[in-house]
Design a protein around this ligand. Structure first.
Ligand code: PA5
Length: 298
């Protein structure tokens, strides 16, 4: 997959939901295609919600030059135009959302592509079940006295730190990106077990920042038992230095439901945090400014 930001995350979520498959799912957030991508064993999916992201268009051009099998997913823009001109497979999704608000469309399109390519099975059924599950659970995440409000309160005027098992990296990335883009706030993330071999030692200084940090460990019922043990011990070790630490376990039946439960929780937290910060959760003025400036400079 080639994409950036709110589009690229869909590739990471696919990788984490289907973590038992026997092929590799990689998201390239870059101008350049890796040299190992070859036509005989690569399906290249260009994902850009707007269809105009320069890094994605650059890597898409390189995939064309290299003769890879290409499919594009977009709501329009240059990516749709070029794909149509060249007669390449194209999936168009509805426009008018912020890219990060189109995760369901992007993820759904991507897994359907992988199913059509014969790489996944039973996808439509899982998508329907997950959508129903999220609808049923929405009331528990939205509004007063919810876990979402609780975390927004804990993160307000503090540094949120999110730790996840490495097979759920997409969830941490999504929490971070949503807190950054919706709430206009910094957040730090890392994965276990790796952070046990370095970062755990660093949770001391600068003391004024560490003391104002709130840590959340996200986990799943299928998380490796040794990682669950590591979470327990890590929490005990750092609890005195940080302001607070919590653990949240995913909910739902399938892995798709459980990953999306945690993603949705983070989405709601970031929304309420935006409200507390007095920020418009939809606006992304700095990202737009940067893209405009780059366009002007040519
Ligand atoms: O959330 C956002 O608006 C950004 O992260 C965009 O997704 C990112 O800049 C890439 O744009 P696009 O998703 O249109 O390719």
């Amino acid at each position: 997959m080639g994409g950036m930001g709110g589009s690229a995350i869909s590739g990471d979520v696919v990788r984490d939901v289907f973590n038992g498959v026997d092929f590799s799912i990689e998201t390239i957030r870059e101008y350049d295609l890796p040299r190992y991508a070859r036509p005989e064993d690569t399906l290249f999916v260009a994902i850009s919600y707007s269809g105009n992201t320069e890094e994605t268009l650059s890597i898409f051009d390189q995939a064309l030059e290299r003769g890879l099998n290409i499919i594009s997913i977009t709501s329009g823009g240059r990516l749709a135009e070029i794909s149509r001109q060249k007669g390449l497979p194209l999936i168009t999704i509805p426009s008018g959302y912020p890219p990060r608000g189109a995760l369901g469309w992007l993820f759904g399109a991507l897994v359907m592509v992988l199913e059509r390519a014969g790489l996944l099975e039973g996808v439509a059924d899982s998508l329907h079940k997950t959508a129903r599950f999220l609808k049923d659970i929405a009331g528990e995440l939205e509004g007063e006295d919810t876990i979402s409000i609780d975390f927004a309160n804990k993160f307000y005027r503090r540094l949120p730190i999110i730790y996840v098992p490495s097979d759920m990296m997409s969830v941490a990335l999504r929490w971070q990106a949503q807190i950054n883009e919706n709430a206009k706030q910094l957040a730090h993330i890392n994965v276990l077990p790796e952070m046990n071999h370095n970062e755990i030692n660093g949770i001391k200084h600068p003391a004024d920042i560490v003391e104002r940090s709130w840590v959340v460990f996200l986990k799943d019922r299928d998380t490796h038992p040794r990682i669950l043990k590591r979470i327990e011990i890590t929490r005990q070790i750092i609890e005195e230095d940080v302001l607070g630490a919590d653990e949240v376990e995913s909910r739902g039946e399938s892995r798709m439901e459980r990953i999306f439960y945690l993603i949705w929780l983070g989405d709601f937290v970031s929304y309420y945090l935006a409200v507390y910060n007095g920020e418009d959760p939809i606006a992304i003025p700095r990202i737009s400014h940067l893209k405009d400036a780059l366009k002007r400079e040519g």
